[in-house]
Design a protein around this ligand. Sequence first.
Ligand code: GTP
Ligand code: MG
Length: 210
Amino acid sequence: MSEKEKKSVIINNVELEAVAVAPAGYPGSGLPEIAFVGRSNVGKSSLINTMINRKALARTSQTPGKTRTINFYNVESDMYFVDLPGYGYAKAPKSESQKWGQMIEKYLLNRPTLCAIILLIDIRHEPSKHDVQMYEWLKHYGYDIIIAATKQDKLAKNKVKPSVSVIAKGLGLKADDVLIPFSSETKEGRDALWEVVKAKANRLRGIEGE
Ligand code: GTP
Ligand code: MG
């Protein structure tokens, strides 16, 4: 077994514990939560599957607008991964996207156990107006944000660094923001993201420096 494999986080128990459209449907156990936000089709559900080592527990699709509810995945009874509907899905009827927007906003603004937000940006594209708005909105509310630059496998290796710079500049990232290139195909970035996620969850639990 290689060094890398030895260090990889092994997940034994994950279940989709709650599917919510409003606060009454959120789980009440008080475990730390990590939320995944980003435009439709950027790879949120795929990234969750990669993190929990499941092929298709979170439903994915080539067609944007697949995830339409707030889905709480209980990971090892230790934390929740929260899969959210994407934003910026141009073909969704306006009433639908407003509904999703309100649903996401309500969740993000009223969740004391939410300890980190992973903002996903497609590594191949400059951040959109929506991405920048989301980043600034999250910063404004004081959230720790981790950027996952998705679909890294679709880029040539020598294009990764310049693309990361474009994203950093487009969003106006600050020195303490973390950006992790990620691929659900190759699992690149999985270990790095797990490390950050565990640190954030432990901080919420009051366990520093684990
Ligand atoms: P919504 O639920 O609609 O908001 O989308 P989502 O952000 O959850 O995206 P999803 O995970 O469903 O992925 C969208 C498409 O991108 C699917 O066809 C995935 O197979 C593909 N995809 C996601 N991540 C990667 C990746 O890292 N590499 C490649 N090559 N394809 C990816
Ligand atoms: Mg999804």
